[in-house]
Each structure stands twice: as C-alpha cells, then as structure tokens.
Design a protein around this ligand. Sequence first.
Ligand code: NAG
Ligand code: NAG
Ligand code: NAG
Ligand code: NAG
Ligand code: NAG
Ligand code: NAG
Ligand code: NAG
Ligand code: NAG
Ligand code: NAG
Ligand code: NAG
Ligand code: NAG
Ligand code: NAG
Length: 680
Amino acid sequence: MPILIFLFLLLSCVQALSCNKLDHDSLLSFYKHISSSPPAIPLNWSSTNCCKWEGVTCNPESRVTHLSLPGKHLSGTIDPFLGNLTFLSYLNLSDNQFYGTLPSTLLHTLNHLESLDLSSNRFNGSIESPFFPSLISFNVSNNSFTGSLPSSICITSRFVKMLDFSTNKFSGNVSKGIGRCSKLEIFRAGFNSLSGWLPYDLYTVKTLREISLPNNQFSGPVNNSISLLSNLSVIDIHQNELTGEVPKDIGLLSNLKQLILHTNSLNGSVPPSLMNCTSLKTLLLRNNLLGGEIASLDFSGLQKLEAIDFGNNSIVGTIPVSLCLCRSLIAVRIAFNQLTGEIPACMAGIKSLSHLSLSDNFLSNVVEALRILMRCDNLSVLFLSRCYKDEPVPNDDHLLHLNGFQNLQILTLGGCHLRGEVPSWIGKLKKLKVLNLSYNKITGTIPKWLGSMPNLLVLNITQNHLTGELPREIGDLKALASDDTDSDLSNLALPFLFDTLQYNRLFNLPRGIKVGNNSLSGNIPAELGNLRLLRELDLNDNDFNGSIPRELSHLVNLEKLDMSGNHLSGEIPESLKKLHFLSFFSVKNNDLEGEIPKGGQFDTFTNTSFEGNPKLCGSVLQRNCPSTTPGGQGEILPPVPTAEESETPWYTIPFGLGYSVGFFVVSISLLFRSSRKWFN
Ligand SMILES: *[C@@H]1O[C@H](CO)[C@@H](O)[C@H](O)[C@H]1NC(C)=O
Ligand SMILES: *[C@@H]1O[C@H](CO)[C@@H](O)[C@H](O)[C@H]1NC(C)=O
Ligand SMILES: *[C@@H]1O[C@H](CO)[C@@H](O)[C@H](O)[C@H]1NC(C)=O
Ligand SMILES: *[C@@H]1O[C@H](CO)[C@@H](O)[C@H](O)[C@H]1NC(C)=O
Ligand SMILES: *[C@@H]1O[C@H](CO)[C@@H](O)[C@H](O)[C@H]1NC(C)=O
Ligand SMILES: *[C@@H]1O[C@H](CO)[C@@H](O)[C@H](O)[C@H]1NC(C)=O
Ligand SMILES: *[C@@H]1O[C@H](CO)[C@@H](O)[C@H](O)[C@H]1NC(C)=O
Ligand SMILES: *[C@@H]1O[C@H](CO)[C@@H](O)[C@H](O)[C@H]1NC(C)=O
Ligand SMILES: *[C@@H]1O[C@H](CO)[C@@H](O)[C@H](O)[C@H]1NC(C)=O
Ligand SMILES: *[C@@H]1O[C@H](CO)[C@@H](O)[C@H](O)[C@H]1NC(C)=O
Ligand SMILES: *[C@@H]1O[C@H](CO)[C@@H](O)[C@H](O)[C@H]1NC(C)=O
Ligand SMILES: *[C@@H]1O[C@H](CO)[C@@H](O)[C@H](O)[C@H]1NC(C)=O
C-alpha cells in the first residue's frame, strides 16, 4: 500500500513537471516547419507542457525521449533544431509526407537515438555518414534517397540490429563497412540501383537472419561462405545480375525458410545439399540458367516446403517421386524446362497441392497425367500447355466416372496437338473459369453443354479442326452474362510464384470466347449478344456466313471483335458504334456491303479492318458510297497523299487531329478498363 501511494505521488509529480525548455523550443521549431494534408491544425500541441503533447514521451527528468508521429498526414521539412532533442531515443515519423534532405546536424547530435523510422515519406538527398552511437534500428525505406548506401553507419553504430534501406534510389557499389555491424540481424536494401558484388564482409555477420536485396543490379557470385551464417532464415536477392552457382553448402542453413534467387543468371545445377534445408517453405529459382537432373534431388526432407518455382531454366529429367513426400506443397512450377517422362502417380497424394504448372516441357502420357492429377482435391490451377505432343485428347473412356478436379478453375492444355473431340468430362468441372484447348487438332463440333458451365469466363479453342455451327447455347454462359456469379479471375488468389509473365498474362486474361482458326459454319448466333461481360470475341478464320447479328451491339464491354476471314454478308450494323471500348475490330476478307458506320470507335479503325470486302464503301477505304438521298451524289473525298508526296499537306492536319482524338478516347477507355479490372 505505501508503495502504491509512493508511486502515485511520483507519477503526479512527474506529470506536474513541465518539459525541458530546450526540448520545448526545438519541438516548437519542428512544429513550425510542418503542415498537414489535407490542411488542418497539424498537431494538438497547444498546452505548455510539451511532455503531454501528442506523440511526445519524456523521461522522469522531463527530457523528451520519444517522438512518435506515424501516419499523421504531416508534411514539411525536418528542422535541424530537432537535433537539440539530445535525449531522444525513439523517432518515428513513418508514413507521412515529409520531404527534403536530412539535416546533417540531426544525424550527428542524437547520441541517444536507438530507433529511427523515417519510412514511407518523400525524403531525398544522400545520407552522409550518420553518427548514432546507440542506434539499434534504422528504417528509411520507401523514400527517394540517393547516393551510395551509407554502410559507414556500422563504424559508429556497432549495436545496430536492423537496417532497412529498401525502395529508394541508392546506387553504386556497397563498400565495406556492413561487416562491422556485428549484431546485425536484418539487412534490407531491395528496390534500389545498387551494383557490384555483394560486399564481402556481409558474409562475416554471423547474427544475420535476413538478407533482402531484390531488384538491384548486384553481380558476381553469392559466396559459398553465406552457408556459414547459420541463423539465416531469409535470403532474397531476386532480380539482380548474379552469376555463378547456388552456394554448394547452402544445406548448412538449417533455419532457412525462404530462398528467393529468381531472375538472375545463376548456372550449374541445384546443389543436392539444398535438400538439407528442412525449414524451407519458399524456394524460388525461376528465370536462371540452371541445369542438371531434377531427379537427383531428394525432396523428402522438405516437409515444410509450400512453394517451389524452378521455371524458365534448363533442368532435365523426370519429376522426382520424392516431391510427393512434401506434405505442405501448395504450388509447384517447373514450366519452361526440359522435363521428360510422365507425371509420377504419387502426385495424386499431394492433397495440399493447389497450383501446378508444367507448361513447356517434354512430358508424355497426358491421359495418365489427368487421371493422377484429378485426385488432387485442392488443385485449382493446372497449366499443361505445350508439354505433350500428338497424343489423344483424354476422353471419357480414359477418365471414366470422373469425380475429380472438383476445385479446378483453370485448365490449359494448349499447343499439344491433341487429337480427338472436346471430351464431355470437362462439363462436370463446375468451378472451371478458364479453359484453353487452343492449338490442338481437336475435331468434331463445339458441344452445346459448354453453354451450361456455370463459371466459364474464358473459352479458348483457337486453332483446331472444329466443324459445325457455333451452338447458340454458348450465349447461355452465366458468368459472362451477369455479374452476380463469382465470376472474376482476380479473386482467384494465385500465389506469388505465378507472378511471372504467365501469371500476368493470366491475370490480364480478358473474359473471352475465342474460336478463331477452325472450320465453323452457319450463322453467328445472335444469342452471343447476351454475354454482356465479354471483352474479346474471336470468330475469325472460319466459314461463318449470313449477316453480322445486330445483337452484338449489346456487348458493351467488348474490346476486341474479330470476324475476319469468313463469308459474312450484308451490312455492318450501325449499332456497333455503341461499343465504346472496342479497340480492335476486323471484318477483313468477308463479303460485306454498304457503308461502313461512322462515329464512335469506328473513327479509329483503319482500312485494314475492312479490306477484302469489295462491296464495302466509306472514306476509310477511299471508296465512295452511292448516295441514297436524291441530288447529293456522294461527297467527293480529298485525295489521300501517298508517302512520297509532299511534306505535310494541310489536309492531313485535321485527319491527324481526328486520329489523336480517337487515340485519346481509346486510351481513356483502356485506362478506365484496367482500373476497373483491378478493383472489381
Ligand atoms: C488538445 O489536448 C489537450 C490536452 O493536452 C486536450 O485537453 C484538448 O481537448 C485537445 N484538443 C483537441 C482539439 O483535441
Ligand atoms: C513506427 O510506427 C508505425 C505505425 O505505428 C509502426 O508500424 C512501426 O513499427 C513503428 N516503427 C518502429 C521502428 O517502431
Ligand atoms: C539547436 O540546434 C541548432 C541547429 O542545429 C543549433 O544551431 C543550435 O545551436 C542548437 N541550440 C542549442 C541550445 O543547442
Ligand atoms: C510508400 O510510401 C507511399 C507514400 O509515400 C505509400 O503510399 C505507400 O503505401 C508506401 N509503400 C509501402 C510498401 O509502405
Ligand atoms: C529534393 O526534392 C526537392 C523537391 O521536393 C528538390 O527541390 C531538391 O532539389 C531535391 N534535392 C535533392 C538533393 O535531390
Ligand atoms: C520499415 O518500414 C516499412 C514501412 O513502414 C515496413 O514495411 C518494414 O517492415 C520496415 N522494416 C523492417 C525491417 O521492419
Ligand atoms: C564496383 O564493383 C565492381 C565489381 O565488384 C568493380 O568492377 C567496379 O570497379 C566497382 N566500381 C566502383 C565505382 O567502385
Ligand atoms: C542465432 O539465434 C539464436 C536464437 O535466436 C540466438 O540464441 C543465437 O545467439 C543466434 N546466433 C548468432 C550467431 O547470432
Ligand atoms: C569467397 O570467399 C572466400 C573467403 O572466404 C574467398 O577466398 C573466395 O575467393 C570467395 N569466392 C568468390 C567466388 O568470391
Ligand atoms: C557458370 O558461369 C560462370 C561465369 O559466370 C562460368 O565461369 C562457369 O563455367 C559456368 N558454369 C557452368 C556449369 O556453366
Ligand atoms: C545433409 O545432412 C546430412 C546430415 O547432417 C549429411 O550427412 C549430408 O552429407 C548432407 N547432405 C549434403 C548433400 O550436404
Ligand atoms: C488464346 O487464343 C489466342 C488467339 O486468339 C492466343 O493468342 C492465346 O495465346 C490463347 N491462349 C490464352 C491463354 O489466351
């Protein structure tokens, strides 16, 4: 009890003390340099006792020790007088809009500073040899600092545990110095323009837990002595210019959870010792020059491995059975390599597997592959394009009583020259959103049941040998007709490792029906006009006849409409002008007639969209239309200059202007489209 009373008295005593005059004045001076955005009173710093001000903490001697003002929408420069807060140990101005350079006096007088967080502001200029003898944590990430990395920081600040320089404009070689930070645990300097070899003394800092230097221009090898930094749990040096091999003793790093070295120029083979890194969760080595036998790797010890990406290398051999023993695997990508043989049967047992990409390899037996993979209950994305050659389409006989693939959302089997008809087991995949069977040798008709697939958003059967009519039932595709289904690709959380060209293409994959380059005949079904969300419609290079259905003008989201290379007749419906997002339109090589519509996006299409239709007319084809109103015998078009003719004739100017306006409209609509894509 007496102790409590004492504490209470002490506390009220402390409260009563007003803050140190020097501290008060330097805070006020700091205050005068800041404003807030949106404009308002930046901080409630009106009372006399600065120890009670928002974000300010004092020690019992009424000296300011903490200044913490993160995320307060503050703007302005840092006043050098802040350096008079000589007892300051914690300064956090993260996530504001401070700008300008850091005053050098500030860096030199804060002798007690332990933690400095200036991240996510707009500071610029270079950081000159800071002098913080007590520093432990230093975060200047996400600013615009330039110059070389101040590795001399370690000469005076020997106790530093954390340095974060990421996302700035630091450049040049990293000079020696970092090695003196003998307590350093986290070193981040990614997303800068740093170059040269990794500083050698980095390999001597035994306390390191994280080395994160992605998106720079570091070159040279990763020295094998990195394997001696036994506490390392994260090595992320992706997207640099590293050469040489993956350190051969990396297996000594038993705490390593993330090894991210993708997009470099590493060569040699994946070292077998890597399979001793039993803590590994993420292993990304794509886009390198790695070779070697994948079967020589024994994955069985990697029980925590969740994601592996060996894509875009030159790895050979068959998929090792030991991979099936990784019980935590979620995503596997070995696309763009030289794998041969068949998918091992044991893969059916990887129940956690949700993403698999083996595109662009030399595998065989697609039938067996699907029989195996359909039993991976969680599989939602399966890329198998261009990895089989000239095999039969896996059909119902092969996949009898199919009840697998019930979570599959994306299936690509393009470019495999598969023979046979569109198999009806596909119709049972109720969650399928993307089906790509393009560039095969598929025969027969497009099945009517495709139209009742509840989630299909992208159907790509371009370049096959399909015949018959395009079934009107395709116009029933629910996910393309109305927004109310779960009909987006953006919510299909693809893991980061698919963050590649392939992934980007996929993410941008517009809702589309692509049946170009087949032998389809009959009329274009008017029911396609129901597919309001459609962004691409490829009907090109088939044998469609009849007229262009006016209903296509209901496809208000359409960006691409290709009907070229058919036998279409009649006029181009005037109503197609309503398609405000249309940036690609072609009816080339048909038998259309009459006047090309004017206005809307039609003003942006060039003659290539219309050529090969002798009976079409309009200014873009430089072919006059016979006037229908008696008297007005068609307007006389000015001659369009050939390239050889004159400099810039006056009449090309309005034409050029029209073109720019058209281009502007297209750009704006594309902009609008892409932002919608990201936010819906
Ligand atoms: C400003 O802070 C004082 C205490 O320091 C408080 O009494 C006052 O209500 C605050 N004013 C506003 C507008 O928040
Ligand atoms: C600074 O403040 C932000 C927001 O509260 C916080 O996330 C961050 O961890 C702080 N920085 C330090 C070094 O404590
Ligand atoms: C406070 O800081 C300024 C700027 O660094 C300096 O000129 C001034 O001498 C300091 N005042 C005191 C009392 O230390
Ligand atoms: C970087 O800073 C900007 C503001 O300057 C902020 O909008 C953004 O969220 C920050 N990024 C990160 C990764 O913190
Ligand atoms: C820092 O940015 C300001 C504008 O905010 C600019 O005037 C100044 O020249 C920049 N300084 C350096 C060193 O880049
Ligand atoms: C540095 O600050 C940024 C932005 O506030 C934060 O995302 C990052 O995690 C911090 N770095 C460390 C090592 O804590
Ligand atoms: C940077 O380092 C590379 C290799 O480590 C060296 O060749 C180059 O001369 C260095 N450049 C400077 C400016 O020190
Ligand atoms: C490695 O980490 C452990 C546990 O955090 C710690 O006790 C040990 O001192 C660290 N080793 C080094 C060399 O820093
Ligand atoms: C790696 O470091 C060792 C010293 O431990 C050195 O002898 C060797 O040359 C370095 N290797 C490379 C490739 O830089
Ligand atoms: C790997 O690249 C280095 C140059 O960066 C070269 O000296 C070495 O021979 C290459 N090794 C293999 C196995 O290709
Ligand atoms: C993996 O670790 C075991 C046991 O520590 C060791 O015997 C073996 O040589 C290591 N393998 C490789 C390839 O380093
Ligand atoms: C779909 O078809 C188009 C041809 O229209 C082709 O270029 C594309 O690569 C195919 N694949 C995907 C995934 O869109």
